[in-house]
Design a protein around this ligand. Structure first.
Ligand SMILES: NC(=[NH2+])NCCC[C@H](N)C(=O)O
Length: 407
């Protein structure tokens, strides 16, 4: 069924051929202690160092044969077309909640006077109130009341976690519905790329989910385990209904036969399934031992209009049965020590990115977890992440695989 289009993901571990990243930019320099929580950060990273770390992350993939695409480049290419740029600017302004038509028009005019590159930059880094040239205008009530908020267009500091707004499943794309307002606008970028970029558009690239739908679904929860099985975390960010809706669509339109819905505790430390559980080889997974006993798995198969559900006894059993494997290995992160495991999980030890079967990229700081993976025969490529980690995401969160070789 996977013929035609550019996108192809039939596993978590097939050789990674193309990936979408976002190099952290000025949006990170707009974080202040006051808005950290709202913007889903716990700390303020140092941008210069962050960029270096991110470039080395990209390099680690490139040197192994992965083509790296960047959000800002693709968007800029799309926005060279004036009509598309106008529509994009209209959408951005519409999504800002400025609630003042005159001001909206001024911002629109301001953006229309910018080059495609500048528009992309503002769309991601936001528009500070001081950056809009002063014009005489009558102040409305909303101007007074909202005055303390520093931005007309909010910055998107989480965009470097490209995993979350979009997910390729089989030959199609899911443009996800983000749970929080802080990340809502990220998904719109993907829609423009999908609709207008020559590499991505194509009548044969199905859309499995759209950000305009009402139930939240984030990419950190979606793991394409094989050409027949997808796992989706039910979490703080991804709703049960969102899982049902996308599952029925992929069960009807692809070779996928089963979706494993995996329920994890709803808490900030494990906001997505991939913060506690990732696939590292054909029959190997890494898991944070602190959640193992709280995880519940359900097997979904195609139903009439919504999937049939079968609760499973254990995660291990569910994986074995769905993947038709005689055994699976759940490798516990943290090297068997409870305290180390919890500390390293906070720093994304279980958020591994497989770039080939049994080959993963991880942060070097998670020494015990990396050592455990190696002992289990996994090749571990370590990257520096002291600044990147401050946004609470690791190599898997920072990447959106577009094309993998089939296994
Ligand atoms: N796939 C992931 N685990 N992504 C992590 C995203 C972290 C980001 N600060 C957020 O809270 O949304």
């Amino acid at each position: 069924m996977n013929q035609g289009g550019f996108l192809n993901i039939t596993s978590e571990i097939g050789k990674l051929k193309a990936v979408l990243l976002h190099r952290p930019g000025r949006e990170l320099e707009r974080l202040t202690p006051q808005y950290l929580h709202e913007l889903l950060f716990d700390d303020i990273p140092w941008l210069k160092q962050m960029k270096k770390e991110h470039d080395l992350f990209a390099e680690a993939m490139k040197s192994r044969g992965t083509t790296v695409y960047y959000y800002e480049e693709l968007l800029e290419e799309v926005l060279v077309n004036r009509e598309i740029r106008q529509s994009f600017i209209g959408d951005i302004v519409y999504n800002t909640n400025i609630a003042n038509l005159e001001l909206e028009r001024l911002i629109e005019e301001f953006l229309l006077s910018k080059t495609p590159k500048e528009v992309v930059e503002i769309a991601i880094a936001g528009l500070h109130k001081n950056d809009l040239p002063e014009v005489e205008r009558e102040l409305h009530l909303v101007d007074y009341i909202k005055e303390r908020h520093p931005f007309y267009i909010n910055p998107l500091p989480n965009l470097y976690f490209t995993r979350d707004p979009g997910t390729v499943i089989a030959n199609g794309l899911s443009i996800n519905k983000m749970k929080t307002p802080a990340r809502d606008r990220e998904t719109m970028f993907l829609k423009y790329i999908y609709k207008h970029h020559p590499t991505f558009k194509g009548s044969n690239t199905p859309l499995w989910y759209d950000y305009e739908e009402s139930h939240s679904l984030e990419g950190g929860d979606i793991l394409v385990l094989s050409d027949k099985v997808v796992a989706i975390g039910c979490s703080e960010r991804t709703s049960a209904r969102g899982i049902e809706v996308i599952s029925q669509r992929i069960l009807e339109n692809t070779n996928i036969e089963k979706v494993l819905a995996i329920e994890i505790p709803f808490t900030r430390a494990y906001m997505h399934l991939d913060t506690v559980f990732t696939m590292v080889d054909r029959d190997k997974f890494t898991i944070y031992p602190g959640v193992e006993s709280h995880v519940r798995a359900y097997e979904l198969t195609r139903g009439k209009s919504t999937p049939k559900v079968k609760p499973m006894d254990t995660l291990e059993g569910a994986l074995k049965s769905a993947l038709k494997l005689p055994a699976v290995k759940l490798i516990q992160s943290g090297g068997g020590d409870e305290i180390t495991a919890a500390r390293e999980q906070w720093n994304d030890s279980t958020n591994t990115l497989a770039i080939a079967p049994g080959v993963v990229v991880t942060y070097n700081r998670n020494e015990a977890s990396n050592e455990t993976l190696r002992r289990e025969g996994v090749e571990v490529i370590e990257i520096e992440g002291s600044e990147l980690v401050r946004g609470r995401g690791g190599p898997r969160c920072m990447s959106m695989p577009l094309v993998r070789e089939d296994l």
